[in-house]
Every structure is written in structure tokens, then in C-alpha cells.
Write a protein that binds this ligand. Structure first.
Ligand code: ZN
Length: 692
């Protein structure tokens, strides 16, 4: 996606009376007039078309049409002249914003916004002065009489807003979810466990480990909220373990609710959708709406909260007066104490009832989720239109340009600077392409001219080496890194790793895999401990990226035994081992088991045969590896063995599939966090098996 800075919109200074309706209407009108000036160039070409040079060398008659405007909801409110709680896409009334979504392919429940009609009403009002026209517009949540988008041909303003992961999901619905989760945990006294789980999350590629308890983080940004979506379900489930009989029902409902919303947010990140995945996305949202009532009491607005506080204060006053009257009438202290307890319960019950009555889910970001499915059907996946990129561009294009300006009348300088940077960028790319295709006899001349210094290119005999090529590992190739040269043989390794029976474990592995014999590994324990071995601290495994078959992310699996890792605690990462179904029933784990990495070794057998092995401690699935029906997570545990070597396995490093993310769930037990990334979620268990 290329982003080109076109214009800077004027932001009126916040003056004392800028909140008055006259001033804000004036400000809106100015914004729209400026926008109309910016968009004017699209009017003629949109109507009659223009001839454009295409990349394939052909010239074509094209109609450039404005198709999307990616912004936060409040920016759409300004762009579309809407009331704050009006949907930019449909005419949903404010009190229905929290309704469950209508079926995926059903006709829309509320008519889509018809800007032709709004324009007509506005023009009629200007011609006739008939107030009823204005009232009609106001009913539909429209405030202004002119919209810059109305001048554009072939453009429907209501289709310009696209679902936005950053503002609607990460900073919108996930933020709300966290507030409910916090209130819920507080109500049941589980906040401390939650914070403990939160601040002890394990590492994972692409995931920034939170270094503070949840409550201590004061400001949440998109990046942190994205991280949060990957761990909140596991942390919540871990915080709610071992419920009392009375807690069982609310805990299960709350977990189902959190799981549904987290699943929705994961599906929204898909780059490719089918009708089935869209149906999953819709079903997750529906499940959330079915279960959301468990969090209803925490959805009280500020004004409603004040009202309730006032009511409770009044009740308390009356109760105090009654108590005083009874005391004066000579009632016994014991009886009075009983009454006081009853009164306190009454107050709590009233507060809860009032809260449940006044609370609702009618807020705009709740409703915007409903449009996700239909947008994907019409315009493609949601990440295509996310503001993540444009927010980044804001930094590079505007902030950087402002820094370079002399801060005096900066707007023009900002626009000029980026135009210049952009033009240079294009020129460099063109030069690079030209040099790469240059005939070999010209290469010397190119080198002499010093172009490579300007472009930052490196040459080899055949031509320039592109500096941007990623050195991705070839499919399936695993690399051992960080050798420990102090380890010379298996005996040394046993000492370094703190596994006294290491040789016995390796022998068992060698025998099972037919690696023993005069030309390879020896068959006696004594000889085996003398076999040359080198210990490594990192295993690099390429893991395919979900929905992107040509790319890999490199998982660096650390195994430092008892030594510190980068000044922090030792790391013996949890990894996935491919075991198939022959060892145990793996259920929803689909033939893989999590294990802790305890050692990485390269052995040299006879005839210089080398064996790259991993020493691991297996974790075993509980409940046959079947995921829990509520939280849809799988639990694994450490098994107790008679001998220390019992739990230690040796395996070829080829069977290691990547890092696993485990969340502690009581002594010797873990939750498999399959929401950590889309790939794990699809490989391990989506929890949507019964969704269709
Ligand atoms: Zn809507």
C-alpha cells in the first residue's frame, strides 16, 4: 500500500466558546469546504473518465473513484456530519446499537444510509426553509447541510468507512472487554491471581512480554492491545481456576463470553476468508451477544452511576434515621446489629438491581462489528483497510517533515518535503531496477560512477546484490546456534544440563531408531558417554506464516539450562513436538505435544555420522487432550516418574515444530494458549467445531 500525503486539514483552535453549536457547525462547514476543494479533481475524471498509462504499457480509459476512507469513528462523525452515536453505514437507532447481529446473508435490518436522499432534503430546506426537512435529517442522525462527498460521482459516502482493526477492535472492543474482565475479577476477588498470571507470561516470537501487572499499565496503545488479545483468555481462565459451587455458573458464562469475543477478533485478522470462516466470525459474535449479560452490571454509564450513588446515599440516610429512632426507643443492641446487617444487604442488592437495569451495551463500537462480515464479502479482508499503516505514515510523513521544517508556516513545508522524499524514493527504485537489468559490460562503468554508494548497493561479479532480500531459511531447515565449546562429550553435556541419566536416555533413543552399531553410536553406556558431543543454546526453527505459504517466521528456541539468559532468568522454552498418535492420545492437540526444551546436542558417532538431537521433558494432555467446552483450552500436566530419567525424552530436532505458549494452571499443570497466534489456533484447536 502506498500512501501519499495530499493535504493537511485545518484544525480550529479550541476556544472558550468552541463547544457552542453555532461555532461547531461553522467549523464543520469549513472542514467540508476544504475537503470539497481537495476532492474537486476527482469530479470531472470520475464523471467522464481519463486516459491513464498502465504498468503493462497500455493506455486505458479509467474512472478514478474514491472507494474508502480509513479513520476512527469520531473522524467519520465529522466527515459524514453525523451525531456521535450514529453508525456511518446504516440508520440504526441509538438504543439498538447493542443488538445481536442479523444473520450473515440476511437483508440488512436497518436501511443503509442514502446520501442522495439527505442531499435532497438539505437542498429542499435551503430552497423552502421548511423546518420539517431538518427534523427528518436529525432523526437519521445527520447534522450538516453540506457534505464534501456529495460532489463526487459514482461514490456512496456510506460505503467509504471500512472496519478498522486498530480503533474498532484493539482500542475499542478489547479495551471495553478488559474493563468488564477487571470488574468481574474484582467482584469475585480474583484480581491478584490475574495480575500474577499476567506478569509471568512466557516469551513468544512477535509477542512482547508484559513486564507489569495489568493494573499498573496506565496507557494502552494499539501494540499493547494487540498483545493483550493473545493472552487474555488464558490469563482469565487461569485466574478463575478452582471455583466454589456458587461461582461455577458465572465463571463459565464469563469465560464463554471472553472466548467468543477473542475468537471474533482473531477471525477478523484473517487475510483470506471463505464463506465458512465468515460464518465462524458471525457465530463468534452471536455467541458473545448470547453470553454478554454476565458483564451487564459493569456497563453502567457515568451519569447512571451518579444517579445510583445518589439513590443509595438517600437510602442510607433513611436507614440511619431509623436506627437512631430504634436506639432512642430502647431496642436491644443485639437486635439493632441484626437489623444493620440486613440493611447493608438491602443496599447492596438495590445497587446491583439498579445497575443491571440501567446498564446496556448500546455503544457504537459494539454495533460496528456487525458490518465486518458484509464488508469482507464486498471489499475483501479487514487488514487490507486497517489504520495501522496510515498511523505509521503519520509519523514518517508528517512528524518527520515537521521536524525538518523551520516551524514557520510549516504546512506547505511539510507537503513539499514529503513530495520531495517520495520523488527521490521513486527515482532510487527506478535506478535500482535499471542497474539490476543492466548488461554485464556496463557494470564496470556503473561501479566507477559511485552509484552504489549513493544507493547503498553491494556488487558481486554478476551484478548488484539486493540489500532487501530476506535471508529466509529454506523449508523445514533447522539450525543449531550458540555452541558451548566447554562441552566435549556426552558426559560433559550431562553435567552441563544437570541430567545425570542423559547417556541412558540417548541410548534408548539410539536403539529405538536403529542408530547403534559399529559404524555409528556405541551400544554400551560406558562407551556412549565418551562419544563426542557439542551443546547448543538456541534452535532456530522456520515456522510457516498462516495464510501466507511462501513466508516463514523464525522461532528462536532457547535452552540455557540453569544459566541466565540476557541477564534475566534461565530459559528452557516450551516447544511443540510432533509425536503423531503412536505415543498417546493427543485429542485436539492433533498429534503434537508440548514439552520443555532441556538440551540441544550434536553427537558425532562412528564414520563421522552426526546426529542433532533435542532433550525434552514431555507434558501430557489431561482429559485425553480434549479441549474444555467453555474456555476451549487444552490442559497439560507433568507426569511423576519413579526415576529422574523417566520424564526425559530424546528426539531428533526435526520433530520440533516451533515454540508453544503455556500458561501456568496450578502445580505442575499448564493451559495450552492456542490464541497466541493464528497458526497455533488453527493447528491446535479452534473451538469452533460445532459452529456450523
Ligand atoms: Zn450500522
Amino acid at each position: 500500500m502506498a500512501l501519499i500525503l495530499l493535504a493537511l486539514l485545518p484544525v480550529p483552535p479550541k476556544l472558550k466558546d468552541s463547544r457552542s453549536s453555532v461555532v461547531s457547525a461553522e467549523n464543520n462547514a469549513i472542514t467540508h469546504n476544504v475537503l470539497a476543494t481537495v476532492l474537486e479533481g476527482l469530479v470531472e475524471s470520475g464523471k467522464n473518465g481519463i486516459t491513464l498509462d498502465c504498468a503493462d504499457g497500455q493506455r486505458r480509459h479509467c474512472f478514478p473513484i474514491l472507494c474508502a476512507w480509513i479513520a476512527d469513528h469520531m473522524e467519520h462523525v465529522l466527515l459524514q456530519n453525523l451525531k456521535n452515536n450514529a453508525c456511518p453505514q446504516c440508520e440504526v437507532p441509538p438504543e439498538r446499537l447493542g443488538d445481536p447481529p442479523s444473520a450473515l446473508n440476511a437483508p440488512v435490518r436497518y436501511s443503509l444510509r442514502n446520501h442522495r436522499r439527505y442531499q435532497q432534503l438539505a437542498e429542499d430546506y435551503q430552497d423552502t426553509g421548511d423546518e420539517r426537512r431538518i427534523e427528518k435529517l436529525a432523526q437519521k442522525g445527520i447534522k450538516g447541510l453540506f457534505n464534501a462527498f456529495w460532489i463526487l460521482p459514482r461514490t456512496n459516502p456510506s460505503e467509504l468507512p471500512k472496519p478498522d482493526l486498530l480503533h474498532t477492535v484493539y482500542l475499542g472492543i478489547l479495551k471495553h472487554l478488559m474493563e468488564w474482565v477487571q470488574d468481574f475479577l474484582k467482584k469475585y476477588n480474583r484480581l491478584d491471581i490475574f495480575d500474577e498470571v499476567w506478569s509471568s507470561m512466557g516469551a513468544y516470537p512477535g509477542f512482547t512480554v508484559p513486564n507489569k501487572a495489568y493494573r499498573q499499565v496506565s496507557q494502552w496503545q494499539g501494540k499493547e492491545m494487540r498483545n493483550l488479545g493473545r493472552i487474555v483468555l488464558a490469563a482469565f481462565t487461569a485466574a478463575l481456576r478452582a471455583p466454589t459451587e456458587a461461582q461455577r455458573y458465572p465463571f463459565r458464562a464469563a469465560t464463554r463470553c471472553v472466548a467468543a469475543l477473542i475468537d471474533f477478533h482473531l477471525l477478523a485478522q484473517y487475510k483470506i476468508h471463505t464463506e465458512t470462516t465468515l460464518q465462524y466470525m458471525h457465530d463468534s459474535l452471536e455467541t458473545f451477544h448470547k453470553e454478554k449479560y454476565i458483564f451487564q452490571e459493569f456497563r453502567v454509564g457515568k451519569r447512571a452511576k451518579k444517579g445510583i450513588d445518589k439513590l443509595i446515599a438517600e437510602m442510607a440516610l433513611t436507614q440511619a434515621a431509623e436506627t437512631l429512632a430504634r436506639k432512642n426507643s430502647g431496642e436491644s443492641a443485639a437486635k439493632r446489629r441484626r437489623v444493620t446487617v440486613r440493611q447493608r444487604e438491602e443496599l447492596a442488592a438495590t445497587r446491583e438491581e439498579e445497575a443491571a437495569e440501567k446498564a446496556h451495551f448500546n455503544f457504537i463500537k459494539m454495533h460496528l462489528l456487525e458490518h465486518f462480515g458484509s464488508t469482507v464479502q464486498r471489499f475483501g479482508s479487514i487488514p487490507l483497510f486497517s489504520t495501522d499503516i496510515s498511523e505509521l505514515a503519520h509519523k514518517t510523513q508528517i512528524k518527520e517533515s515537521y521536524r525538518r521544517s523551520n516551524k514557520n508556516n510549516a504546512a506547505t513545508q511539510i507537503l513539499d518535503n514529503y513530495g520531495r522524499v517520495h520523488a527521490f524514493g521513486m527515482h532510487v527504485l527506478n535506478l535500482m531496477a535499471a542497474i539490476q537489468n543492466a548488461p554485464p559490460n556496463l557494470l564496470n562503468d556503473i561501479k566507477k560512477s559511485g552509484v552504489e554508494d549513493v544507493l547503498g548497493l553491494e556488487f558481486n561479479s554478476r551484478g548488484p546484490i539486493s540489500s532487501t532480500t530476506e535471508c529466509a531459511l529454506p523449508t523445514g531447515q533447522r539450525l543449531l546456534r550458540g555452541p558451548d565449546n566447554a562441552t566435549k562429550n556426552i558426559d560433559d553435556a550431562a553435567m552441563a544440563l544437570g541430567i545425570p541419566d542423559l547417556a541412558a536416555c540417548i541410548l534408548r533413543y539410539a536403539k529405538n531408531n536403529g542408530l547403534t552399531g559399529p559404524k555409528d553410536l556405541p551400544e554400551s553406556l560406558k562407551d556412549l558417554s565418551e562419544v563426542r558431543a557439542r551443546r547448543y543454546k538456541t534452535l532456530q526453527v522456520p515456522v510457516p506464516v498462516f495464510q501466507d505459504p511462501d513466508s516463514y517466521v523464525s522461532h528462536n528456541l532457547r535452552c540455557t539450562s540453569s544459566e541466565c539468559f540476557r541477564g534475566a532468568t534461565a530459559r528452557n522454552d516450551p516447544v511443540w513436538i510432533n509425536v503423531g498418535e503412536d505415543v498417546t492420545k493427543t485429542g485436539d492437540l492433533n498429534g503434537r505435544l508440548p514439552a520443555f526444551l532441556r538440551g540441544l546436542l550434536k553427537l558425532r558417532g562412528g564414520s563421522n555420522n552426526s546426529h542433532r538431537i533435542a532433550v525434552v521433558e514431555m507434558l501430557w494432555p489431561m482429559n485425553g487432550g480434549i479441549a474444555d467446552t467453555c474456555d476451549t483450552l487444552i490442559r497439560v500436566q507433568r507426569r511423576v516418574y519413579k526415576s529422574a530419567a523417566g520424564g526425559i525424552w530424546v528426539t531428533n530436532i526435526r520433530s520440533i515444530m516451533g515454540m508453544a505458549h503455556l500458561v501456568p494452571y496450578g502445580q505442575g499443570r499448564w493451559l495450552v494458549n492456542n490464541r497466541i497466534d493464528l497458526k497455533t489456533w488453527n493447528d491446535v484447536y479452534m473451538g469452533l467445531r460445532n459452529a456450523i
